[in-house]
Design a protein around this ligand. Structure first.
Ligand code: HEM
Length: 108
């Protein structure tokens, strides 16, 4: 049952990330037109609810998606499964989200 939810969550986060990746690529292409400077990036992101939500959602989706994927890889490749494996991937996922949220917070 839990595996079914994790399977669904990994697909859902993949569906969330796909348009965000495209939006991110378009932003990169547009952003480099004006030269890639810290001032230019911060002028776009600072105080912006939109970019905060955009990158915040991205970071959460990556953390959830990568942790679930890593759980599968641990189980299939390393035969590392069970509660310790689950807590390990949970810690990795939370670490990814924590670092990502910190990075988003620095530019918003
Ligand atoms: C647009 C972005 C992404 C999309 C559309 C996507 C899509 C997917 C899909 C559909 C799967 C399931 C494959 C399967 O079970 O057959 C998957 C697995 C996985 N993804 Fe992603 N992914 C994306 C980004 C990422 C990122 C950024 C990471 C890591 C930081 C990541 C790590 C993984 C891992 C570790 C697996 C597990 C592979 C396995 O089960 O063998 N993915 N991804």
């Amino acid at each position: 049952m839990r595996d079914a939810y994790l399977y669904a969550a990994q697909r859902l986060t993949a569906v969330i990330m796909a348009p965000l990746v495209i939006g991110h690529l378009i932003t990169i292409i547009v952003a480099v037109q004006g030269g890639l400077t810290a001032e230019e990036i911060l002028a776009r992101t600072q105080g912006s609810l939109f970019w905060g939500a955009f990158y915040g959602l991205f970071v959460i989706a990556v953390g959830v998606h990568a942790a679930i994927g890593l759980r599968n890889i641990f189980a299939e490749w390393l035969r590392f499964r069970g509660p310790v494996a689950d807590w390990t991937v949970l810690a990795i996922g939370l670490l990814l989200i924590g670092l990502g949220v910190r990075a988003v917070g620095a530019v918003i």
